[in-house]
Every structure is written in C-alpha cells, then in structure tokens.
Design a protein around this ligand. Structure first.
Ligand SMILES: Cc1cc2nc3c(=O)[nH]c(=O)nc-3n(C[C@H](O)[C@H](O)[C@H](O)COP(=O)(O)OP(=O)(O)OC[C@H]3O[C@@H](n4cnc5c(N)ncnc54)[C@H](O)[C@@H]3O)c2cc1C
Length: 487
C-alpha cells in the first residue's frame, strides 16, 4: 500500500470511529436492530408501550429512543458489544422496574435494556441452588420454590425484580437469621463491557463476586443469579393494620423488638406508619413474620395483642403468598420520592424521629394530595465468614442487625407539578434527621443521596479498583448514567 493510500485508509478508520462516537441514539438503535431483529422496539409499538407502562412508578416511565428486549444471554452480550461502539449513547438496565428513582432503570432518549424476557427459574437438583434469569420477578421464583418446600433469600413483594433487589442488597423474611439477599447468591453470571460473559463466585473472580453484592449496575449486566436454597415449612406471618390511637403502642412494641437483648433471629418486621393527606388519617401497618413454622407464636404476642386492629391477616403460609399479599396492598400508579437513613438504636431517637416525621407530613400534605410512609425495620447481619464479603463494609463480627435501625421515607402523589417542591422537602427533611456517616441502604435511597459513600472509604476504593479491572472502558460509569455511581 502506498503511503498516500495508507493515510486514506487510516483516515477512513478514524472517521468511522469518530462517527460511531458521535452517532445519535437512533443510529445505535439501528445497529442493535440489525443484529437483534425483532428484539428492538420503537415508540408507538405495542411492545414499547407495554414496557414503559409496566414501570411501577409514573416517574420511571421515560421515553427511550428504543428498548432492547434480549431473550437470551447471547442477546445481552451482543447488545453490550454494540453499545460499546457508540459511547455517546446512554443506556439503562431494567429488571423488575421498581426503582423509585427516575433514570435508574430507564433513560429518556437513550437505549433501555429490558431484561424481563430472561426469567427462567431452574431448580438445580442436588446442588441446593436455583438458577434465576436476571429479568425474573420474585413471584416467578416463589412459584417454583414454594411447592417444593424450599426457599431462597428474596423479596417480600411479588412483582419486585430479582435483578435490582439482589444486586442492591435485599432484605428478606429470612434476613434476620440468614443475612442480605445478595449473601444468598452462590454465583452471578454477568456480561462485561469487554464483551465477555463471566461467572463471579467464591472461586472465580471473587473480587467481582464481593463487589456485585451491593454494587448494583456498576460492573456489567447481570444475566443470571444462582441462589442458595434451604428447606422451609409454612410460617406465621401477615399484616396487621391499626388507626393512630395505637401509635404509641406500636412504637413501644418496635422498640421492645429492637432492644438488642431481645434480638430474635426468627422474627422479621416492617413497621410502616402511613399518612393520607386526603383524609388526614394516620395508620400503622405492620408486616411481621416468624419463620420457625409455629402457629401464633408467643414471641409475636406483643405485636399481635395490640388493639384496636383494623385488619389482621396473620396465618401460616409461604413466601409466594405473603409476597402477593403485600402486592395486593397496592403498588401505586403514582409519582414517588424516597430517602433513607439509619440510626443507632435508641428508644428516644425512634420516638423523636417519628414525632418529627408526623409534623413534617402534615406540612407537605399542603403541597399536594399525597400518601407518606415511614418504615422502620432491621438491617440484616453481615456475612460471618471473611471468605464471602459483600460491599457494605460491616466487619464479620459487627452487629448492625441489633445496633442500627434503618428509617425509610416515601411519598406518593399524582400531581407531577408538585415534584420540585416535594423533592426539596424530602431532601431537607432527610438532612435534618440524618447523620452524615450513617449507613444508607441503596435500594431505599433517594437519587440525591450517596449510599456507596456510606459503605466507607475502604469499600469505595475496593469497588473502584474492581471497576477499573472489569470495566476498563468505564462503560458502566459513563454510559449507564442511572443508579448510584462509584465516582
Ligand atoms: C413496593 C416495593 C417493595 C419493595 N420491597 C422490598 C423488600 O422487601 N426488600 C428489599 O430489600 N427491597 C424492597 N424494595 C426495594 C427494591 O429492592 C428496589 O426498588 C430494587 O432496586 C428493585 O429492583 P427491580 O429490579 O424491580 O428494579 P429496577 O428499577 O429494574 O432496577 C433497579 C436498579 O437495579 C439495576 N439492575 C436491575 N437489574 C439489573 C441487572 N440484571 N444487572 C445490573 N443492574 C441491574 C438497575 O439498572 C437499577 O439501577 C421494594 C420496593 C418497592 C417499590
């Protein structure tokens, strides 16, 4: 080749590269369509509309240039390879679509990878694991495990996704005794920005294995979770609702349950206090479970005896039925905002923070018609073996399950124009009750918070070095704009 023609040749390569770099999302979508025919959906099509409308919260229903609906792991790998050629196209990864944070699992004008068709659930006989496609919902998992009297660490609402809940941590019915949902993962299969599909487990890529437990969408697209199974029998649980005359009794019961000497690893509670500005009513709703299999256990009496009760569904049942019950409570077709903090257990702090919350919701109820909920529960214990760490930074011999109380706020409302004022309010209020160093559970955090920083500086450095190693182009920091990032 003459020197002149090699200059032209190199120039043509550079030009092609530059045009890829600057290509519009429409060009990226075309490229995806030609590699994945029939699996890329455009505005106006039924598949596109149905994907958008299936996000739980209205604020997540953004309009991407196209939606990719991979049906196999190979389709995910191909999508990542193509997206890597178009670095200016933002993309989002969507599991169950339950994030309360706008932009986390959808992206306006970019490309959204909707994983929901990858939802096979396969019991691995004799291996004590179940393999779950990353687009599955918890109801898909329980439909397979419940009939066999086995279970996994999983979500407590039927249509929450396995993808987001597990990669962000996950709190389950069994968490007080068995830990975070992510600690129940035996193996992650993940598509990396290099175009490689790898497994991450205790023997293979153990640094990535640890990072994925709480690292969410920072390292790649998880395509499969192999979850550890264990034997269960029907256990006692359900919901009890109360009017506000019981507020003090409920808080006293929660305080009793949380007093470290009373820690009971069979008992799990989500204590919700709710306010409805349209009626002015405050209600308590307790979701409580006792996992031994004993009917009406005396250990729950201090909760189940609180009267008057508006409803009570306590019974022996299994995760699939309990998760459907919470689903039936209504997952609202509304806008939402959320924020979280945690504080060191103290009866005074619980009472004072609850009182502050009550005053605050009366104030924000004047901005728009809304329902506001605060929930109190327990963090799971950390993994006790140093061989299987997660990202959260608690040492194996620490006891956040006893010492800390996560305090989660949410607001649901219908009037989009109230978003600005309500966002300002929730940011101000969480700042008022927060302590900067407090642990913030990623799956309950607001987009304006920094849960990864709350894992501690050492953890942040570890996560960053795993990111440099497994995502050398930094695709999941720069191109995946939604989610809590490492830098
Ligand atoms: C009604 C309700 C009930 C809930 N109950 C519980 C509960 O019992 N326990 C609990 O711990 N949490 C609970 N949560 C919080 C829940 O864990 C988070 O909202 C979680 O992120 C939802 O996961 P998803 O897959 O449905 O969400 P999505 O919105 O699809 O995803 C959330 C995040 O995860 C990322 N992600 C999803 N899939 C993948 C993947 N395959 N690879 C890489 N990244 C991925 C997304 O990019 C996004 O950033 C609940 C939330 C709601 C709204």
């Amino acid at each position: 080749m003459s020197s002149l023609s090699s200059v032209f040749f190199l120039g043509a390569i550079l030009l092609a590269h530059l045009s890829h770099c600057l290509a519009s999302p429409a060009v990226t979508c075309q490229s995806l369509s030609s590699t994945l025919p029939g699996k890329v959906f455009y505005p106006g099509s039924d598949a596109y509309n149905s994907s958008i409308n299936s996000y739980t919260y209205v604020n997540d229903r953004l309009l991407p240039a196209c939606i990719v609906g991979p049906r196999s792991t190979g389709d995910v790998v191909s999508s990542v390879k193509i997206l890597g050629k178009y670095p200016s196209t933002h993309f989002a990864i969507r599991g169950g679509g339950h994030s309360s944070n706008t932009n986390f699992s959808n992206t306006a004008g970019g490309v959204t990878i909707d994983m929901r068709a990858i939802k096979a659930v396969t019991i691995n006989e004799g291996r004590d694991t179940v393999s779950v496609g990353a687009g599955a919902l918890w109801r898909d998992v329980y439909a397979k495990t419940d009939p066999r009297n086995i279970s996994v660490l999983g979500g407590r609402i039927a249509t929450v996704g396995v993808g987001g809940l597990t990669s962000g941590g996950g709190i389950s019915y069994f968490s007080p005794s068995r830990g975070w949902v992510c600690d129940g993962v035996a193996n992650f299969e993940i598509a990396l920005s290099s175009g490689k599909l790898v497994n991450a487990n205790v023997d293979s890529n153990p640094d990535l294995f640890a990072a994925l437990k709480g690292g969410q969408n920072n390292f790649g697209i998880i395509t499969r979770f192999d979850l550890k199974t264990f034997v269960i029998k029907p256990f006692w649980g359900g919901t009890i609702s109360y009017n506000n005359s019981t507020d003090d009794a409920i808080l006293a019961a929660f305080t009793k349950h949380k007093t470290p000497k009373n820690y009971d690893q069979e008992m799990s509670i989500v204590q919700n206090m709710a306010y409805d500005s349209s009626t002015g009513a405050f209600n308590g709703i307790t979701a409580v479970y006792y996992t031994t299999g004993q009917a009406n256990p005396k250990q729950l009496k201090f909760y189940t005896d609180i009267k008057p009760q508006l409803s009570n569904t306590m019974r022996l049942s299994k995760p699939g039925d309990f998760a459907q019950e919470l689903e039936d409570f209504g997952v609202p077709d509304e806008y939402t905002l959320a924020a979280v903090t945690s504080f060191r257990f103290s009866p005074t702090v619980i009472a004072e923070t609850h009182a502050k919350w009550k005053a605050w919701v009366l104030k924000i109820g004047k901005i728009a018609n809304l329902t506001a909920v605060v929930n109190l529960q327990s963090l799971p214990p950390p993994p006790r073996s140093p061989r299987t760490p997660n990202s959260f930074g608690f040492s194996p011999n620490s006891h956040p399950e006893k010492d800390l109380v996560p305090f989660t706020l949410s607001i649901n409302y219908k009037d989009a124009s109230a978003t600005g004022a309500l966002t300002k309010e929730i940011r101000r209020f969480i700042k008022e009750i927060d302590r900067p160093e407090s642990f913030k559970y990623m799956n309950y955090a607001g987009w304006f918070q920094d849960p990864i920083k709350s894992f501690g500086a050492v953890q942040v450095q570890k996560l960053r070095s795993v990111s440099r190693k497994y995502d050398s182009t930094q695709m999941f920091q720069k191109q995946v704009v939604g989610g809590f990032k490492l830098w």
